[in-house]
Design a protein around this ligand. Structure first.
Ligand SMILES: Cc1cc2nc3c(=O)[nH]c(=O)nc-3n(C[C@H](O)[C@H](O)[C@H](O)COP(=O)(O)O)c2cc1C
Length: 192
């Protein structure tokens, strides 16, 4: 039975909505167990993220999906604190051969989100993980269309200033990413 873990940070809730869409997609694949963890500030003590129970759960997952808002063209400091803490796993290549994927949300249409996904890819490669991209074409550029931002390395979402709900196209894109990761994990587990 494949297991997918989603770890993410969200300050105002948009990345959280995207995370929920990714989880919905992963859960749609029969037999998949899905765990979600939203990083909160109180887990970061003197700059270091600490939550051994969550780290242990991640270590038993077949796939880890990373999510973050894009801040200053990269991932948020909160996700970075978690990523740095996970270097203790890297020392033993504890996540080697797990699947990895990522999603990000920003206010700008570009907002330099590609750099966020690329940085998360680099982190996954350092861990020896296997990257799963979106695998979906652009349905159109209107906000209700799938992959309207035109991202292939992972799911991207964008909302305007003051907009509470993420766009439907971005939500559907998140679902597609989660489903693809879970389907890939099912094949991955079967082939082990
Ligand atoms: C410190 C900071 C830096 C930001 N930098 C960017 C940026 O580089 N590009 C962009 O499009 N939006 C930027 N934003 C807007 C955020 O991407 C947006 O507030 C965030 O995605 C909202 O997600 P959340 O609701 O999950 O917190 C920034 C916001 C903050 C607070």
């Amino acid at each position: 039975m494949p297991s997918v873990s989603i770890i993410y940070f969200s300050a105002q809730g948009h990345t959280h909505q995207l995370a929920e869409a990714v989880a919905e997609g992963a859960k749609s694949v029969a037999g998949t167990t899905v765990e979600m963890h939203r990083i909160v500030g109180s887990e970061i003590i003197e700059g270091r993220w600490k939550n051994p129970a969550v780290l242990a759960k991640l270590s038993s997952a077949d796939a880890i999906i990373f999510g973050t808002p894009t801040y200053m063209g990269g991932y948020s400091a909160q996700l970075k604190a978690f990523i740095d803490a996970a270097s203790e796993v890297w020392m033993k290549l504890g996540w080697k051969d797990k699947l990895a994927a990522a999603f990000t949300h920003s206010q700008g249409l570009s907002g330099d989100k590609l750099n966020t996904l690329a940085s998360l890819w680099v982190n996954a490669m350092q861990h020896g993980m296997v990257w799963v991209g979106l695998g979906e074409l652009v349905e159109g550029t209107a906000p209700e269309k799938v992959n309207c931002i035109g991202s292939y390395g992972g799911a991207m979402a964008q909302t305007d200033w003051g907009q509470e709900k993420i766009n439907d196209g971005d939500r559907k894109t998140g679902v597609i990413l989660g489903k693809r990761v879970a389907e890939t994990a099912a094949r991955w587990v079967k082939g082990k």
